[in-house]
Design a protein around this ligand. Structure first.
Ligand code: CDP
Ligand code: MG
Length: 136
């Protein structure tokens, strides 16, 4: 059993996609074990994207993630990390397969609606960052 992190980015919240994205997660028979709406502190987002600190898009993605409310979801299930990554689709929505969240609902890489942990080690670190109080 694995637990992974999903963030619904500000564009997803603004477009009223909290329910649609959460519905897809639950429909896959994955369990929501943590869920909150928050205005993310800049320091938390910078830590979250620390691996991208030297990339040209770092400041813009941090600006974006702090531009409005986001939803953080802890998701548990067998192979949850891989299952969720596949459901969210490729980083660039233009390359994301139809049937994925990004392939169905997004058009631009700057507003690709969700984050999901890339591997179990990243998931553990990201869950500790976003759910320091723990999950259910
Ligand atoms: O989110 P994912 O793990 O699929 O992609 P990433 O390579 O870890 O990049 C993190 C986020 O930075 C992406 O989801 C995009 O929001 C943003 N990004 C961007 O704006 N422009 C790029 N060329 C690459 C990533
Ligand atoms: Mg990533």
């Amino acid at each position: 059993m694995e637990t992974t992190l999903v963030l619904i980015k500000p564009g997803g919240v603004q477009r009223n996609l909290i329910g649609e994205i959460t519905r897809r997660i639950e429909a896959r028979n994955l369990k929501v074990v943590g869920l909150k709406l928050l205005n993310a502190p800049r320091a938390t987002v910078e830590a979250h994207y620390a691996e991208h600190k030297e990339r040209p898009f770092f400041n813009s993605v941090v600006d974006y993630l702090t531009s409005g409310p986001i939803v953080a979801i802890a998701v548990q299930g067998d192979n949850a990390v891989k299952a969720i990554r596949a459901m969210m689709g490729a980083t660039n929505p233009l390359e994301a397969t139809p049937g994925t969240v990004r392939g169905d609902l997004a058009l631009s890489i700057e507003d690709n609606l969700t984050h999901s942990s890339s591997d179990p080690e990243a998931a553990a670190a990201e869950l500790a960052l976003w759910f320091p109080e723990g999950t259910i």
